[in-house]
Design a protein around this ligand. Structure first.
Ligand code: AMP
Length: 223
């Protein structure tokens, strides 16, 4: 079986992980998994998993590790992921990072590239309070900094844009707290591995050219 690149996007909410993951998918021709998107789809579909995680997500807390690990394992075992993939928003705890290492080894992947998007609290807040998202293709806009052409529908598929339920200012502060307490320790697990830190305060179009040279020289992967 042929295996390819695995890119793990790390960084606080609003650092640009979702936007970069769309760019990376397009440029590298590999799929992306956002555990947040998978969980929101479960909520929208009213599945038992969705019902279980709805309140936790609305409150800005992290979903239980075992549940999220199961979501990741189910997604990444699919045939469309054998050439590599981008992970957006997973792993978010030290326990999840350990699970991911074992999962990647079991699936035959080598060391992932950990891409850490750093962003200041001011940047995060400014982006999240004005964030608008297309519920259909996942594209992310900003009401002030990067609006869609007409300000209300997606440029790609004309779907009306939505505000995420957890993009309210009080919830945003809880999400930042959860990140600092539970997800920042994950960064330390990757810094002496295949790790690249980039400035998430930059605009997406400034950021990608900086990444592309590194991405064209992937780390050797196990087959
Ligand atoms: P995101 O779309 O990545 O901002 O995630 C939205 C919300 O989904 C988070 O605030 C968490 O409640 C939940 N979530 C997504 N990914 C994870 C994860 N890896 N671990 C725990 N909770 C998660």
């Amino acid at each position: 079986m042929e295996h390819g690149n695995v890119i793990v996007l790390l960084g606080p909410p609003g650092a640009g992980k979702g936007t970069q993951s769309i760019v990376l998918q397009r440029e590298l021709g590999i799929p992306a998994v956002s555990t947040g998107e998978v969980l929101r789809a479960e909520i929208a579909a009213g599945t038992p998993l969705g019902l279980k995680v709805k309140e936790t997500i609305a409150s800005g807390q992290l979903v239980d590790d075992d549940l999220v690990n199961q979501v990741a394992a189910a997604q990444l075992s699919q045939p469309s992921f054998t050439k590599g993939f981008v992970l957006d928003g997973y792993p978010r705890t030290v326990k999840q990072a350990g699970f991911l290492d074992r999962l990647l080894a079991a699936l035959g992947f080598g060391e992932p590239l950990a891409l850490h998007l750093e962003a200041s609290t001011e940047t995060i807040l400014a982006r999240l309070v004005a964030r608008r998202q297309c519920p259909c293709c996942g594209r992310i806009y900003n009401r002030i900094l990067r609006p869609s052409k007409d300000g209300v529908t997606c440029d790609v598929d004309s779907t009306p844009l939505i505000v995420r339920e957890d993009d309210r200012e009080d919830v945003i502060l809880d999400r930042i707290r959860a990140y600092r307490e539970q997800s920042e320790p994950v960064i330390a697990l990757y810094t002496d591995r295949n790790y690249l830190r980039v400035d998430g305060n930059l605009q997406p179009e400034e950021l990608f050219p900086m990444l592309s040279s590194r991405l064209t020289q992937p780390a050797p992967l196990r087959t």
